[in-house]
Ligand binder design. Structure first.
Ligand code: FAD
Length: 319
């Protein structure tokens, strides 16, 4: 079922979450062990991230050091199929521009269709290590809007080569990313929102936001979107802070700020356990406020850990 249908059919705020494929060589059971404790909160869908290849240096015989490219977390599509099979709910694979030619994108979408996957979160992806800025594949997409256009064309039955028409119509519900604190490459919030509008005009059916820790930023973002005619559902994304290292890692990696009240509480923490307590309390407060404001769904970034999300969901969705 399409995400937009899940949202339309529900009178209350839904609960969903994102998982990462396991590191290459790890078991899929590790993924299920992360999902199982969250199933009692009835997620209608689970997102699965996509991870591109990275460059690493590997030692070969005779001390030869070679730069090779590997994918550390393959398996996005397989995990989606396994989730749908095991839990009978929707899985939303993330699909990125980076590393794909348009032809490969088309073939990947055909695989998704054959697996019965109805939703895709369409993203650009980031530069990989060794690149200063994002570089599209030869004959690949430069921006998410181009990927969305391709999926949207396919939804209308149009394939890349004119002689082939797709028999099925309206295959995918398309999600896109939005940034309540602006995408880090954007000159201004206004330009970022203009490009977000292009993505929606190209066919994105809903927006999932980057994590944020200050609800005011989300509410302002929604207001600014509505003011320029972005009328699709905007799903807030939340990440519980659970470790001391998150305090520096999250703002640095995701270009997000902690509000003063949260930062003041975190600065006093000396152990992971103390951070975890503050982080969960904060996320409960954020979630409760978002539910009260009728957010369509709250989407949690689990990053492979479900305990903190379970604690939050128990308070907010468990009653
Ligand atoms: P775009 O919408 O293409 O925007 C990228 C930048 O270009 C922005 O600054 C935008 O303002 C600008 N821009 C857009 N269109 C134009 C244009 N026509 N001309 C000039 N500038 C333009 N990454 C992964 O690799 N795998 C994942 O699974 C993944 N999941 C994510 C899930 C969510 C909910 C979010 C928020 C992010 C995720 N990311 C993931 C990270 C994402 O790939 C990066 O944030 C990436 O840098 C931007 O992706 P985008 O789709 O927002 O790109």
């Amino acid at each position: 079922m399409k995400i937009t249908e899940h949202l339309q059919n529900s009178k209350k705020t839904l609960f969903s979450f994102e998982i990462l494929p396991p590191l290459k060589g790890k078991r899929i059971d590790d993924i299920f062990e992360g999902i199982d404790p969250l199933m009692e909160f009835n997620p209608p869908f689970i997102n699965v991230t996509y991870h591109r290849e990275e460059y690493v240096y590997k030692k070969f015989p005779n001390d030869l050091l070679k730069k090779i490219s590997i994918r550390k977390r393959p398996g996005t599509v397989g995990i989606c199929a396994a989730i749908m099979n095991k839990y009978d709910i929707d899985a939303v694979p993330h699909l990125i521009c980076g590393g794909f030619s348009v032809e490969e994108t088309e073939n990947a979408l055909i695989d998704l269709q054959f697996l019965g996957i109805d939703n895709v979160l369409a993203l650009r992806g980031d530069a990989i290590n060794g690149e200063s800025t994002f570089k599209p594949e030869e004959n690949g997409h430069r921006y998410a809007v181009d990927l969305i256009t391709q999926i949207s064309d396919m939804n209308k039955g149009k394939l890349l080569h004119e002689e082939s028409q797709h028999s099925a119509k309206s295959l995918f519900c398309i999600g896109t990313a939005g940034y309540p604190e602006k995408h880090y490459e954007s000159m201004s919030m206004k330009t970022d929102l203009t490009y977000l509008k292009h993505k929606v005009d190209a066919g994105a059916d809903y927006i999932t936001t980057q994590m944020f820790f200050d609800n005011k930023k989300y509410f302002d973002f929604v207001d600014r979107c509505r003011a320029i005619g972005i009328n699709v559902p905007i799903i807030p994304g939340l990440k519980p802070i659970t470790k001391l290292r998150h305090i520096a890692f999250l703002p640095k990696t995701f270009y997000v700020d902690f509000p003063d009240e949260l930062a003041d509480a975190l600065v006093k923490c000396k152990t992971d356990a103390e951070v975890n307590k503050v982080g969960i309390k904060w996320a409960i407060k954020q979630s409760q406020e978002l539910v009260d404001a009728n957010a369509p769904c709250i989407h949690f970034y689990t990053m492979g850990k479900s305990e903190s999300v379970k604690a939050i969901a128990t308070e907010v969705f468990g009653k």
